[in-house]
Design a protein around this ligand. Structure first.
Ligand code: ADP
Length: 359
């Protein structure tokens, strides 16, 4: 069986550098196409699929990172950035911008080039598979939730009707059992609502408008005032920017993070602090709390669907709040992660790129 050749696009305005790549990737496993500008590269990517793009960081009509930003719309091939010698910052920026790897000009061998291209292509294939499975799972959950919604609502209202009309006629523990059924139905309904909310975020187009996060937090502060008063907690926010995004989705993001900070508080007084730092290409918004914290081995897992660490606690929830947060941030082409010290508190970091189109 003949293996399919890997299609490589080389975007570089320097003929000598293209020549080096051509010589090194002369192996019959590869099929090369070359262009000298970002514009020509993007045009080609829009018209046919490639497995990997080798892109020079300094193109005549765009920087490598600008080029990277444009690529996702065209089906995301693997990207290897080719940078100048001693330019580690550029390399880091490229990796953060979505490149799989980088090579330093004049400093790579045939073997290294082949290895980097192969690994980058494999990495993207794996990511596609994971994304595909995730979508399948979310689709399945959405369909199930949709089918459960109406019968659950009906069971809930029937329980309530019996409780309203016939509670005196019920004997023994029946009334209490009926209340328990009603509460469980309510919990399941919340679960169904969260799953549906998730599918709405994943499946629909987002709005794009300037969103004043300071204003949004003032609204949320009002909404959370009773809950904060009940637990004696305080919410402080300062220096929040106006970002480009979907107001409702961003509201949901901060609402879930604040809600969690309250739910997973500790014995210590609860203080939730939200602030932002400007980065070169966007904003890093931090939501810190003085809660229970999260063990180091669960910092990534908590964003997965249905993951709950405090399984035995009475806090309401089904393990979808942070998955929703992650999808909202992904919609804004940002990133969310958490840093935490168990027993001291957590800091949820939300990176929102500035001036970005929503994906
Ligand atoms: P839920 O709150 O419905 O369980 P989430 O997806 O919002 O689901 O959170 C997943 C899990 O992560 C929670 O069950 C909890 O164990 C943990 N977690 C989330 N936020 C915090 C926080 N601020 N402090 C400590 N643990 C947290």
């Amino acid at each position: 069986m003949t293996e399919r050749k890997l299609k490589i696009l080389v975007v570089d305005d320097c003929p000598e550098d293209r020549e080096v790549v051509r010589r090194y990737l002369a192996d019959e496993r590869f099929r090369l196409q070359e262009v000298a500008t970002a514009e020509a590269g993007l045009r080609l990517l829009a018209s046919e699929p490639f497995d990997c793009v080798l892109v020079d960081y300094e193109l005549p009509d765009a920087s490598g990172v600008q080029f990277l930003d444009e690529i996702p719309a065209y089906g995301r091939p693997a990207v290897v950035m080719v940078t100048g010698r001693g330019d580690e910052q550029t390399a880091v920026r490229s990796l953060k911008g979505g490149a799989q790897d980088y090579l330093v000009k004049g400093d790579f061998t045939r073997t290294r080039l082949e290895r980097v291209v192969d690994a980058a292509v494999e990495m993207v294939a794996m990511r596609r598979e994971i994304d595909g499975r995730r979508k399948e799972l979310e689709q399945f959950a959405a369909t199930t939730a949709h089918d459960l919604k109406a019968p659950l609502r009906r069971i809930g209202s029937l329980c309530q009707m019996v409780l309203n009309d016939a509670v005196e006629c019920l004997e023994g523990e029946s009334a209490e059992n009926l209340r328990l059924i009603r509460d469980e139905v309510e919990r399941m309904s919340r679960f169904v609502e969260d799953v549906l909310q998730l599918s709405v975020i994943v499946g629909t187009q987002s709005a794009r408008e300037p969103v004043d996060l300071g204003r949004l937090l003032v609204d949320l502060e009002d909404a959370f005032r009773p809950a904060l008063a009940e637990v004696g907690g305080e919410l402080v926010h300062r220096g929040l920017p106006t970002v480009e995004g979907d107001r409702l989705l961003l509201r949901r993001l901060f609402q879930n993070l604040i809600d969690n900070a309250i739910k997973y508080r500790s014995e210590r007084p609860l203080r939730i602090e939200i602030d932002a730092a400007r980065g070169e290409q966007g904003w890093l918004v931090s939501v810190r709390d003085t809660g229970q914290g999260i063990p180091a081995d669960s910092l990534e897992r908590i964003f997965e669907m249905f993951c709950r660490l405090h399984g035995d606690c009475t806090a309401p929830g089904v393990g979808l709040g942070l998955t929703i947060c992650q999808r909202v941030v992904e919609r804004h082409r940002g990133r969310i992660w958490v840093e935490s010290t168990p027993g001291a508190g957590s800091a949820f970091r939300v990176w929102l790129p500035s001036g970005e189109a929503l994906s």
